[in-house]
Design a protein around this ligand. Sequence first.
Ligand code: ZN
Length: 242
Amino acid sequence: MIILVISDIHANLAALETVLKDAGEVDAVWCLGDVVGYGPNPNECIELIREQPNLVCLTGNHDAACYGLINPITFNYDARLAVEWTQSVLTGDNLEFLRTRPQSVEIENVTLAHGSPRHPVLEYLLDTQSALENMDYFTTDYCLIGHSHIPLMFYQEDPEGDVRLLFPPPGLTQQLKPRAILNPGSVGQPRDRDRRASYALFDPEFETWAIKRVEYDIRATQEDMRAVDLPSRHIDRLSGGW
Ligand code: ZN
């Protein structure tokens, strides 16, 4: 069983289409939230996500801002402009899809959350101390998260021991061992200075994890963003992956 794990699409249709094509046939798609925000194609991305096999899709903080769970005032100015634009174009049906996504889900030996198991929608997991604290907030072997837009892995070999932070090299299939917190990186707005779209292939039976990176048509997304006057900072950052 191969599961495509994606997160932080951020309304970047060119990136999402490329990732789905690159991943090929999979048994299920698990999306860890932030389907919208920043990018120019929120409706198209939601509609494409909804077609995916055995879909599990969580809510992210940008999704939550669009349907009012989070006040966009907590976002920086440019991100707030993007939320307001997204709200102005989302169809009622697609807004309802976002509104009805869960904040976290447990599937057999895996917990899914957008930010962290402790604060599923908002917490960024970027350091080993926060990851160690979060180990107490899920009981499964693995926890999958997004939100930071950086493909990384927190690994705890011994239940009483420290947590290590690893950056899995793209293209390598890794054998997992409990327990670990895994981030597939971002489809639509990578922030690790690698502009390529990021995703992961996960096999829960054989417990393997592979990060993949793929070039997509960044210019197409940037042109669509310019055409609807989205903030230039968000347009520029796609070229540099920051
Ligand atoms: Zn995000």
